[in-house]
Design a binder for this molecule. Structure first.
Ligand SMILES: Cc1cc2nc3c(=O)[nH]c(=O)nc-3n(C[C@H](O)[C@H](O)[C@H](O)COP(=O)(O)O)c2cc1C
Length: 197
């Protein structure tokens, strides 16, 4: 049986009354229907993510970097992931502080992994957030996927917890196909040759 790549989907917003879980739930359904991944979801609202970082570098091996016990589900999910999808809203033309903190507590866990984006917001559909995330993730030696899924004015374009655009599942499939290609390619590369970071 094929050893499917592990896809980790992260709920990036932790705000009270947030819309993030609705988008995540729909996208997780699309990922399951795609069939190319073993899918896992981590909700940052359920993770202990302090803003104060330890003195050590997050590039240190995992057992030498003191993370809170409540962060373990995120750290282990990132470490074992072959592909990651960040579900992000747009806050002040960027992405939420919860997501930045989750990123900064890790380093090697992102290296040579493909990351795709599902964003939502007002007129720009969260694309300002995605542009910033692409920049940040390059610093961590992650590979960002070109075709993101963006939902502008989600408060008008979702009904009954689903996007009203009939093309949305097709767009999700394009993203997942590209992510699958990279997940296989980079897993194989990581297994064959240590990444020269
Ligand atoms: C602090 C804050 C700043 C925001 N800034 C923007 C923005 O710059 N652009 C935008 O499209 N929407 C912005 N919004 C609206 C969010 O896109 C909208 O509230 C969305 O529901 C947030 O995602 P969440 O519900 O998962 O937290 C902002 C919302 C908050 C709370």
């Amino acid at each position: 049986m094929e050893n499917k790549p592990k896809l980790l989907i992260i709920v990036g917003s932790v705000r009270e009354g947030r819309f993030g879980p609705v988008v995540t739930s729909w996208f997780t359904e699309q990922a399951g229907a795609h069939g190319g991944f073993e899918v896992d979801v981590v909700d940052l609202a359920e993770i202990d993510i302090p803003l104060a970082l330890p003195a050590a570098s997050p590039k240190a091996p995992a057992d030498e970097y003191p993370r809170p016990a409540g962060m373990a589900p995120l750290t282990s999910a990132l470490a074992s992931a072959d592909a990651i999808v960040l579900v992000t809203p747009e806050y002040n033309h960027s992405y939420p502080a919860s997501l930045k903190a989750a990123i900064d507590w890790h380093f090697t866990q992102w290296t040579a992994k493909p990351v795709a984006f599902v964003s939502y917001g007002g007129a720009a559909g969260g694309r300002h957030a995605v542009l910033h995330l692409e920049n940040v993730l390059t610093e961590l030696h992650a590979v960002t996927i070109r075709d993101g899924l963006a939902f502008p004015n989600y408060f008008l374009t979702w009904r009954d917890d689903r996007p009203t655009d009939p093309d949305a599942p097709g767009y999700a499939k394009v993203l997942l196909d590209q992510l699958s290609w990279w997940a296989h390619a980079l897993r194989s590369a990581r297994e064959t040759t240590p990444y020269p970071a």
